[in-house]
Design a binder for this molecule. Structure first.
Ligand code: FE2
Ligand code: FE2
Length: 253
């Protein structure tokens, strides 16, 4: 049964690329201000940021990013992307944001957020060493909406050129997540919004928040993910404030 009001809203952004030419910290702060205001009108808000916070993993880039989100009034989950692990940025990420792997639960969702990047390598990787932990986490959360978050994509995304850095163990990760009855995979890296369904699982790529490296006519966006009993809705909003419902899908919840 579909209901008119969502029971949970996740603000999902990715690929901010602070430090890249043309990316303004002021624009980032304005979007965060908007999200804080909007969060007052949505149920159990959460902000998920799936990597490429910075352009080159440099200390001043992390500092600018951190200053912008510091003191935000809604729970926030952050994992790094390949750009953040340039110049050995992983250690700086940890200084500012703690572990590169995050586990989060509230009354509706259970989110396992993984670092899929490696130092100075644009390719994605989860790794067998993490599989048991991911499995155990979701086994304990079978009554919740189960979400796996990471920077890289598990399945190629249209309109993004030729494929060269999909998660290298994506077949095994997809198999694992299917066995865990995972409802959704949320990621960035490819700078366009896109949704796939694979068996009963939703795979959503949110696109870039501010990078000038966009693809074709697609612009910079963040996504509001509204979860209803039985349904998920992905509303994208560009930096000028235009919104549209990009995709909808059913979920078994
Ligand atoms: Fe990116
Ligand atoms: Fe990336």
């Amino acid at each position: 049964m579909l209901m008119s009001e969502p029971i949970k809203t996740i603000f999902h952004m990715s690929d901010i690329h602070i430090g890249e030419a043309g990316v303004r910290a002021e624009d980032f702060r304005n979007i965060l201000d908007y999200i804080e205001r909007k969060a007052k009108d949505v149920p159990i808000p959460l902000l998920l940021i799936t990597g490429d916070l910075t352009s080159d993993g440099l200390p001043e880039e992390f500092e600018t990013f951190h200053d912008a989100i510091d003191g935000l009034s809604i729970p926030t989950i952050i994992v790094p992307g390949n750009h953040d692990e340039r110049n050995y940025g992983a250690s700086r990420f940890e200084e500012f944001f703690g572990s590169r792997f995050k586990r989060f639960e509230d009354e509706i969702v259970a989110i396992y957020a993984a670092d899929s990047a490696e130092p100075d390598n644009d390719a994605g990787h989860v790794g067998r060493a993490m599989y048991n932990e991911i499995e155990d986490f979701f086994a304990e959360a079978q009554d919740k909406v189960r979400i796996f978050a990471l920077h890289h994509h598990l399945v190629p995304v249209p309109h993004t050129g030729r494929e060269y850095n999909v998660v290298e163990d994506s077949g095994d990760v997809l198999g694992l997540l299917t066995e865990c009855n995972c409802h959704m995979v949320l990621n960035g890296h490819r700078h366009v919004p896109w949704m796939w369904r694979l068996n009963d699982m939703i795979l959503y790529n949110t696109g870039t928040l501010l990078s000038r490296r966009i693809r074709g006519a697609i612009t910079q966006v963040h996504t509001r993910i509204n979860i209803y009993p039985g349904k998920v809705e992905f509303v994208i909003r560009d930096k000028l404030g235009s919104e549209n419902t990009f995709a909808e899908s059913t979920i078994d919840y």
